[in-house]
Design a protein around this ligand. Structure first.
Ligand code: ADP
Length: 300
């Protein structure tokens, strides 16, 4: 399988400030990749290098097999990009912008255009200057989902959307994935990333600190267990068990992934009346890297 995006030891400084300190990224063809990290982590800098809008200092960056800087014009015919805050031509209507952007990628499928306008509830006849942030975002999304580009690079694409539209966005991403397209999604909405992404990369201070499928990432951390027992005995002493608390009949604790089997065996003779085991959420995984006071309060 081809890697659609590949960076190795990518670095970029703004003056003395090192924004990227060796970013290694691999995005495979046909996957939805979630790129997450709080403000200032280096997400936009990485994306701007991939788009050929910014020149890297060192390291390697490959996009669709080409060089983002040298081959920018050819590569841009094969991708669509949505920034977090979409700016449009104020004197054109939304429909005109959609048609203009659509023609850059070939012929427009008019029934698909109509369908997407309906799903995103966008009035294409209004001038762009009168659109809210959310509506500008919708214009960009309709254009992106209308195009036949093989790669979608989306930088906080749903920041202005209401929950109903978020749902439509998610459905569209699933459709795009079914068509075998690749999506690189930078988002601070971790629930969105959790639902949509095949693999996730977490960036912190210009470096990827974690990457893999959600399952792989979950293996790095603990499972939360809530259990009701007939005869609870020495739960705190079990190996791999942490943070034991009790409320009424219920005991709650976290278990190291490699100790789950042994802990379940130890619980069985205590008479299990009920048991819930929850894998860590993406938010919990994320906060392991950003749990200190100085970072991670803002995820976008
Ligand atoms: P993110 O997209 O994750 O919020 P950015 O890539 O925008 O992060 O920024 C990474 C770091 O580089 C931040 O500390 C930011 O302040 C700094 N930075 C970004 N753009 C510039 C610039 N044009 N000049 C100077 N510093 C910049």
């Amino acid at each position: 399988m081809m890697n659609v995006i590949e960076t190795r030891k990518l670095t970029k400084s703004y003056g003395k400030y090192e924004a990227l300190r060796g970013v290694d990224l691999t995005v495979k063809q046909g996957e939805v990749y979630g790129f997450i990290g709080p403000n200032g982590a280096g997400k936009s800098t990485t994306i701007r290098i991939l788009l050929g809008m910014l020149r890297k200092d060192a390291g390697e960056a490959k996009l669709l097999g080409g060089d983002p800087w040298q081959d920018a014009v050819a590569l841009h015919q094969r991708l669509v990009y949505i920034p977090g805050d979409v700016t449009l031509w104020p004197n054109l209507t939304g429909g005109e912008v959609i048609d203009f952007l659509g023609r850059l990628h070939g012929k427009i499928n008019s029934s698909r255009r109509k369908e997407l306008l309906g799903r995103f509830q966008l009035d294409p006849k209004k001038k762009c200057r009168s659109y809210s942030k959310g509506n500008r975002q919708k214009v960009a999304l309709v254009s992106a989902f209308l195009s036949d580009a093989e790669l979608l690079i989306l930088d906080e694409p749903t920041s202005g959307l209401d929950p109903l539209m978020e749902q439509v966005f998610q459905e569209c991403i699933f459709e795009v994935r079914k068509q075998g397209k690749t999506v690189f999604l930078s988002s601070h909405i971790l629930a969105e990333v959790e639902v949509l992404c095949d693999r996730v990369g977490i960036i912190r201070q210009g470096k990827i600190v974690e990457s893999g499928t959600l399952e792989e990432l979950r293996h790095l951390t603990r499972t939360t267990v809530t259990v009701e027992l007939d005869k609870p005995t020495n739960l705190k002493q079990l190996q791999g068990v942490h943070d034991v608390t009790q409320k009424d009949e219920k005991w709650r604790f976290s278990v190291d992934t490699n100790a789950v089997d042994a802990v379940m065996n130890a619980l069985a003779p205590m008479g299990i009346k009920s048991l819930i085991a929850e894998p860590p959420t993406l938010e919990e995984l994320f906060m392991r890297h950003y749990g200190d006071k100085h970072e991670g309060k803002e995820l976008n």
